[in-house]
Write a protein that binds this ligand. Structure first.
Ligand code: MLT
Length: 408
C-alpha cells in the first residue's frame, strides 16, 4: 500500500476555517430559521471594482481573437503587471524593488507555504503566537517540526507571544532563529508595527543572518500615514526579507486569485557546504517548474487596480471595510468588551467575557446571536481567551450582528 506523508498526521484537528464552517453548517441544519451572519473567515463580500471588471471583460474579448489570444504566460507574471506593482506599491514609497523581483501568484497563502520548497530543513523557525495558522501548518506538513504538545504547540518551533502587554507586536527572540514569520498589519490581532519595531527586526535578521518572511497582505488597510506598508521601507531589509502581498483583500480578489511575492536580487542563503546561494534564482526555478502563472484575464484585472479609477475604487473599498471595523469596535466597547486592532487592519481582536474561553464564546455567539467569529485559540495557545471578528461583510450585516451582540 502507498505510504502517506506522516507529517500530516502530526497536524492538530482540521484547518481552522473549515472546522468553523463545519460547526456553522451543523448549527444551520439544526436551526434552519436562523439568519447566520459570518464575521469569521476574512473573506471579502463587496463586488469587484468596476475598473477590474472592465479590464477583465476586455481581456476575455481579446482572448476570443487570434491576435489577442494568450496561452501560457510567463511563470513570473506579465511584465506590465510587475512593472505597475513595482512603481505604485514600492518605488512610490521609496522602496528599491524592481519588476524583476516581483513574482505574480495565485495567493499569499500559497506562496507563504510554497516558499518552504527553497529553504533548508535545519532552519530554526520563529512564529508569533497567535499566528496565521498557515505558517505553522505548512511547516508541520513539510516535516520542519516535531509533534504538538497538549496546547497545540509544535516541537522545534520558537513561539513569540503577542499579547496586550507588548502591544501585540512580538519581542525580538533572545536566542538564535533562522526564519521569522511576521505579518503586519497582523492577522489575527489587527496590530500594526511601527517603523522602529520593523527596524529592530531587520537589524536582528541582518546581524544573525536570519530571513524574515513578511506578510503584508493587509497593508492597504493602514490608515496612519506614518506607518510603513512594506518591510523594504526599512534600510537593509533587501538583505534579509521576502515580502508577500495580495489583491484579495484590497481589491476583492479572494475568489479571483492574484497575489505577489517580492524576492530581492542579492538576498542570499547558505547551502549545506557553506556556499552562498541567491534565493531569487531558487524561487524562480521553483515557480518555473511547479507553477504556470495566473491567468491573463486576472492579471489584466489586477493591473487595472493601478489605473486612476482603480485606485479610487480600491480606496473606497478599503474605507468601507474600515468603517465596518470602526462600528464593530464602537459597539463592542459600548457592550463593555475590551477590543484591540481594527484601526489599521480589518480585524478586531477582543477579550472574551469573563468565564468564557475562545470556543465557549464562539458557541455562545453562534447559538444566541447567530453570529460567527473566529476563536482566538484557533490561532495559537496564546490566543486563548481572545476572539477575532472580521470587518468583511455588508454594512447591514455588520450593524445587525452588533445589534444582536449588544442584546446578549
Ligand atoms: C483569515 O480569515 O484569516 C483569512 O481567510 C486568511 C486568508 O486570507 O487566508
Amino acid at each position: 500500500m502507498v505510504q502517506v506523508n506522516g507529517n500530516y498526521l502530526k497536524l492538530k484537528a482540521g484547518y481552522l476555517f473549515p472546522e468553523i464552517a463545519r460547526r456553522v453548517k451543523a448549527f444551520s441544519e439544526a436551526n434552519p430559521e436562523a439568519q447566520v451572519i459570518r464575521l469569521g473567515i476574512g473573506d471579502v463580500t463587496e463586488p469587484l471594482p468596476e475598473a477590474c471588471r472592465t479590464a477583465m471583460k476586455a481581456a476575455i474579448d481579446a482572448m476570443g481573437t487570434s491576435e489577442g489570444f494568450h496561452g501560457y504566460g510567463p511563470e513570473q507574471g506579465y511584465p506590465w503587471l510587475r512593472e505597475a506593482i513595482a512603481r505604485h506599491d514600492f518605488q512610490s514609497r521609496g522602496c528599491e524593488v524592481s519588476a524583476e523581483e516581483i513574482f505574480i501568484s495565485d495567493g499569499s497563502k500559497c506562496d507563504s507555504s510554497n516558499i518552504l520548497d527553497i529553504l533548508g530543513e535545519g532552519n530554526r523557525i520563529a512564529v508569533t503566537d497567535p499566528v496565521y495558522p498557515v505558517y505553522v501548518d505548512s511547516n508541520v506538513m513539510a516535516g520542519r517540526t516535531g509533534d504538538a504538545d497538549g496546547v497545540g504547540r509544535y516541537g522545534g518551533l520558537t513561539y513569540l507571544p503577542i499579547t496586550a502587554a507588548n502591544g501585540f507586536t512580538a519581542e525580538i527572540p533572545s536566542g538564535k532563529v533562522d526564519l521569522i514569520y511576521l505579518c503586519f498589519p497582523n492577522n489575527p490581532t489587527g496590530a500594526v508595527a511601527s517603523r522602529e519595531q520593523l527596524k529592530a527586526w531587520v537589524d536582528y535578521a541582518r546581524a544573525s543572518g536570519a530571513l524574515i518572511l513578511f506578510d503584508a497582505a493587509y497593508e492597504a488597510f493602514i490608515q496612519d500615514p506614518e506607518l510603513p506598508h512594506s518591510i523594504y521601507e526599512i534600510e537593509g531589509a533587501r538583505e534579509c526579507a521576502i515580502e508577500f502581498r495580495s489583491f484579495s483583500k484590497n481589491a476583492g480578489f479572494t475568489g479571483t486569485r492574484c497575489a505577489l511575492t517580492v524576492v530581492p536580487r542579492g538576498l542570499m542563503g547558505t547551502a549545506a557546504d557553506g556556499e552562498k546561494v541567491e534565493l531569487w534564482g531558487l524561487w524562480n526555478r521553483r515557480q518555473c517548474t511547479k507553477f504556470n502563472g495566473v491567468s491573463y484575464i486576472v492579471q489584466r484585472g489586477a493591473e487595472a487596480v493601478y489605473s486612476p479609477e482603480g485606485q479610487a475604487q480600491v480606496k473606497a473599498l478599503t474605507a468601507f471595510y474600515m468603517e465596518n471595523a470602526a462600528i464593530i469596535r464602537r459597539e463592542l466597547t459600548a457592550a463593555g468588551i475590551q477590543v484591540y486592532g481594527g484601526e489599521q487592519a480589518p480585524y478586531v481582536w477582543l477579550k472574551t467575557p469573563e468565564g468564557l474561553d475562545s470556543w465557549g464564546f464562539f458557541d455562545q455567539l453562534l447559538q444566541r446571536a447567530h453570529v460567527v467569529g473566529t476563536p482566538g485559540s484557533g490561532f495559537g495557545a496564546a490566543g486563548e481567551g481572545y476572539f477575532r471578528l472580521s470587518a468583511f461583510n455588508s454594512r447591514a450585516n455588520v450593524e445587525e450582528a452588533m445589534r444582536r451582540v449588544r442584546a446578549l
